[in-house]
Every structure is written in C-alpha cells, then in structure tokens.
Design a protein around this ligand. Structure first.
Ligand SMILES: O=C(O)C[C@H](O)C(=O)O
Ligand code: SF4
Length: 512
C-alpha cells in the first residue's frame, strides 16, 4: 500500500479540477437547450469556459472545494486505520498545493484548521465487499448547494403545490418543491439526489449516495425511473435557469433511491448539488496502492459533441455593457438597470460572513467609500517570494449577508456588492436609498474570475482564515450582471415569482 497516499492525492486533484464526462455532457446538453443570447446562455458559456480552464490550470473548478466525502469499498482484511491515516495526509498535502481551499473550521471558535483536517472531517465511509480490489469514490460538495438540501416529513403542505401525501405523488411534489426552493442560490443548473424513507439521518445519507450514480444511468426500479424522468422534464419548465437568471435549464440530473422506514415516519430527503458536481472514483490495487482504473469515464456520443459546438458559439447579445472603474460614483450607479453587464476595473475587497459581522460594530481597515465588496472566499497560495497568488475566486452565496448588507452599504458608502444568488428586501431597499447595485457573478466560475484578478494589494483579518479574510484585489475586466438595481428592481424576486406560478401548474396529481 506504499502508493495509496499518492493515489488519493491524484483522486483529490482530479476531483477538484476536472469534471467527469457524464457531468460535462449534462452541462453541454443544457447549453444546447438554452436560447442563444440570454443571460443563462452567457452563464453557461462562462461555466463551460471555466471547466476547461480548471482542467488546463489543474486548479479548482470552484473555490469552495467543499466537504470531502470518501466512499470506500474494501476487500476483507484491508487495514482501514492505515488507509484513513494516508487519506488524511493526502488531504493536507492537496491543501498545501492549492488543490483544496482550507475549508475546515472549528464550529464553536470559527478557527480554520488550515489543512482541511478536523473533528470528523474528512468524512470517510467504509464498506466491505467480496471483491479483491479497493474502490474509492470522492465527492467535493460545496456549501452553497449543501445549504439548499431539504428534508420533508410527509404529509405536508407545500407552497404552490398544496398537500403532499404519503404516496408517490406526494414524493413527486416534494422533489419539485426542492428544486423550486433552491432557486439560483445553489448554483443552478443543479443535480439532485433523493432518498425516500429511512430516518432523518439515513434519509439524507441515501440522498447523498444517489449523487455517486452516473448521470446517465437508469433506475432499476421502474416507478422511480418514471419519476426521475418526470422530474427531469417538469423541473426544467420552472424557468429558474442557470444561476437563477431565468431560462430552460434548471435541473441537470435527478437520481432517486428508496429504503424502508418505520410506520410513523415518512421522509423525503433531497441533496442538491451545484453544476460544479465534483465527484470521481478509482479502483486501487490493495497490495501496491496504485490506481488501476478511473470510474465515471463514459464518453460523449457524437450528437453530444455537436451540442458542445453550439454551446461554445453562444454569445451574449442582449443587455448593455457598462465599464466602471472603482471608486464608483452614485450617478454611475443610478444609471444602471437590471440586465446590464458591468465590466469592473480597479480595487475591490472580499468580504463574507465573519467580515460583515465584524464591520457592523467596527471601522473598516480601508476606505470603502465608492467601493465594491465581493462576496468571495478565494483559494490563495503564497509563492517563494512571499507574495500571495489567487488560485480560484468565484462568488459565494450572498443571502447569508442579508441581515448586515443594508447597514454596511449605508455605513461605509459602498456602491456595489458582487455575489451570487441575489439578496432580499432589506438589501434591495438599501440599494435604492443609498445608491448601490447588486452584481451577480457566475457561481463556481472560480478560474474565470481568478484570471480577472491582476494583483493582490493586501489582506486584513487573516485571523478569520483564508476564505473569510478581507482581500484587497486589483481586477481588470471583471464581468457581472446587474440583478438588483438602485430603482427597486430585482431579477431574483421576478424569477422567484414566475417559478412559483409554474410550480403551481404542476399541482394536479400525476402518480396515483
Ligand atoms: O464558500 C464558498 O466559496 C461558496 C459556497 O459554496 C457557496 O455556494 O456559497
Ligand atoms: S459556489 Fe456554487 S459551484 Fe461553488 S460550491 Fe458553492 S454552490 Fe457549488
């Protein structure tokens, strides 16, 4: 087992930087379905670009390299204690190499362990089997989509859909609702794993386990196969679209598993995964520890390859492009409308949960007047000369800052907030009152945005850890879409309303 650690390091690197063919094909199919020239088509072509860049740069597809979850099958007699030790070493090394963001945080103190190790993490599940080789599967599931997981206890009442009963039709309603409630916040278009039955814990486990299935497989249970097909068709009529911009592609995959339950409980658990669906797998020789084969290698058909060409040709035709350089004036901001594409140049500052909370009752370390806050926790590496390099830097889910954002805009004179998934009424009101905009960047496009960052001017609050620190970044041609403007308009509110209407159209029973 000498090479086991190296094999795991390869698996982690590949998972973080190279999306498997079944996932790529699903994204390509979505691009082909999307109407050319729309915001969603633009987002999908940025995503396609980003996937390529990550593979070429061998750098994280998304800066949130997620919760590492290993699912391992071992022959009788394999030493799991030794395997776990080597897995932990590989995880720490992958972090040092910038293939993973230091993403493990003490839940009570907030302290970042710096190496992705910690109490209970990485998550490693072992299962024995009768075969001779080891199989290791890994999923890197990020926080934005994890926060959109949802569990239903049947019977229940659902917005738009009414009563969901304890039958296949009730399950159908729960799954549709799960896609609706995620909106764009989990970086749609997404994939879902559904677990029917079990208790609360095993239901979620079953849901997550479905994410290890190939996107293209067919459910062996004919009822569930029918339900999966139905959900794929109908979820894509909700018009949520990529990043919640509205559009034809909302769901890229749906996999449903079932287990027994106890009479009193009936759970439907849904694990939502963003488009950056990072999961890979290998078979490993138990004697040497070397990789024998990669899993998830099925290739695209010719028709799918043709669809890729169409996707790559997509270019944004609608919307106005406005080039802005920081600091930005109130007049420039009030001129912007939902749908405009802003191309930013100059200095911007990252800030997420810890910083927003801190700024509520402290001064900022830099002048933020006319400034731009970027909801982002980048992957950063220090080079030999002690300079910081940006390895991945896409946006994080903005709604977490909703309690603070309006006050922070007012207190510091901020003119633009960049993030993803949109924000709520309180922020919308503050944008109008103080003259600011919300710019939606493409979630997960961490390589695309890293390339727009031309320099790291400095950093404050390193004690918050790398993702939560306040990085001062010089950007050039950083493009994002105005989705909330200073006139009270919010694309997110509009899409939410339209999709609720469409959801309500699916209220009538289908599976009896
Ligand atoms: O933590 C991050 O950088 C992003 C997170 O995965 C999110 O989607 O909000
Ligand atoms: S930012 Fe988006 S793509 Fe990245 S992990 Fe979060 S939900 Fe996934």
């Amino acid at each position: 087992m000498q090479s086991f650690k190296d094999s795991i390091l390869k698996l982690i690197t590949e998972t973080s930087t190279n999306l498997p063919p079944d996932v790529r094909q699903a994204i390509q199919r979505a691009s082909a379905q999307e109407d050319a020239g729309t915001r969603s088509a633009l987002a999908l072509s940025t995503i396609t670009n980003n996937i390529k860049m990550a593979e070429e740069n061998v750098s994280p597809i998304c800066q949130d390299t997620g919760m590492l979850t290993f699912k391992i099958k071992v022959p009788v007699g394999a030493n799991q204690i030794k395997m776990s030790k080597q897995i932990r070493e590989a995880v720490a090394e992958a972090t040092k190499l910038g293939k993973l963001r230091p993403n493990s945080v003490d839940s009570l103190t907030g302290e970042n362990s710096g190496d992705n190790l910690g109490e209970g993490v990485p998550v490693i599940h072992y299962e024995q089997w009768e075969r001779d080789h080891i199989e290791v599967r890994l999923i890197l599931k990020g926080g934005g989509c994890e926060n959109k997981n949802i569990q239903y206890s049947l019977p229940c009442e659902l917005e738009g859909l009414g009563r969901a009963g304890r039958d296949l039709d009730g399950i159908r309603k729960c799954i549709l609702h799960a896609v609706y409630q995620a909106q764009g916040q989990g970086c749609s278009a997404g994939f879902i794993g559904v677990g029917i039955g079990g208790d609360r814990t095993t239901g979620y486990e079953l849901a997550k386990k479905q994410l290890f299935r190939s996107v293209t497989d067919t459910n062996p249970n004919p009822d569930l196969a029918r339900l999966e097909e139905y959900i794929m068709e109908k979820a894509n009529t909700l018009s949520i679209g990529t990043m919640g911009f509205g559009g034809n592609a909302t769901l890229l995959g749906c996999k449903i598993g079932v287990m027994h339950r106890i009479p009193a409980s009936f759970y439907v658990s849904v694990a939502y995964n963003c488009w950056a669906f990072r999961r890979q797998g290998v078979t490993i020789d138990p004697v040497t520890g070397t990789i024998q084969d990669w899993l998830y290698t099925e290739k695209a058909t010719e028709a799918e390859q043709e669809a890729t060409v169409t996707a790559e040709n997509t270019e944004m035709t609608g919307g106005r492009q406005v080039v802005l350089t920081t600091p930005i004036t109130e007049e420039q901001i009030r001129d912007l409308k939902v749908g405009d594409i802003v191309v930013l140049n100059g200095l911007i500052h990252t800030g997420r949960d810890a910083l927003h909370k801190h700024l509520m009752d402290h001064d900022a370390p830099v002048d933020l007047n006319g400034g731009v806050i970027y909801h982002c926790g980048p992957v950063m590496l220090k080079d030999q000369d002690g300079n910081w390099n940006v390895k991945a830097a896409g946006p994080t889910t903005s709604i977490r800052e909703e309690p603070y954002q309006g006050d922070i805009i007012k207190k510091f004179g901020i003119r633009a907030v960049i993030g993803k998934g949109g924000m709520g009424q309180k922020t919308l009101a503050a944008l109008k009152e103080h003259g600011a905009v919300y710019l939606n960047a493409i979630g997960g496009a961490a390589q695309y945005y890293a390339e727009c960052i031309t320099g790291v001017e400095g950093v404050d609050f390193m004690e918050f850890g790398i993702p939560e620190a306040m990085w001062h970044l010089q950007v050039k041609d950083f493009a994002a879409i105005v989705t909330m403007d200073a006139h009270g308009n919010s694309l997110h509110a509009d899409v939410e309303k339209t999709s609720l209407d469409k959801l309500a159209e699916l209220k009538e029973p289908v599976f009896r």
